[in-house]
Design a protein around this ligand. Sequence first.
Ligand SMILES: [Zn+2]
Length: 156
Amino acid sequence: MILTTHILSGAALGANIQNPYAVAALSIVLHFLLDILPHGDYLNKKSRLWEFWKVAVDLAFGFALIGGIIFFRSITDESTLRNISVGIFFSLLPDGTTFLYFWMKMKFLKPIKNFHEKLHCYKNGAPEREFRLENNLFDIFFTLASLLLLLFWRMS
Ligand SMILES: [Zn+2]
């Protein structure tokens, strides 16, 4: 899944659950559940470091949306802001460990990386894992659903 999907879904969890520890745990579970759904990724095992500009764009887009939501809803409540941040951080963490494994050579993360990769229903490099509109309908659905929740749902 793209990072924007994980950022928004984690923020939506954080905005609606009061206990930050529950937000953290559920955000990690949600990341893995979303990754089970068929989706394409813009990076694969053949990606080079220069392609990481895509990650920067993805992160910038996701965080810009969060900034817009916080502004639009004038969220100033500290515990809501904290829980949204916790949700985002732990929703991104599984992909963060993959990054640390491949690019920072942190080999002790291998079991997590293997578990994460196994969740995907198509193999890394399969045509179904290509990043294209028809492969990424779940990304679009969960991004929009989270966006609507964050914009219009009463927050805790
Ligand atoms: Zn993932």
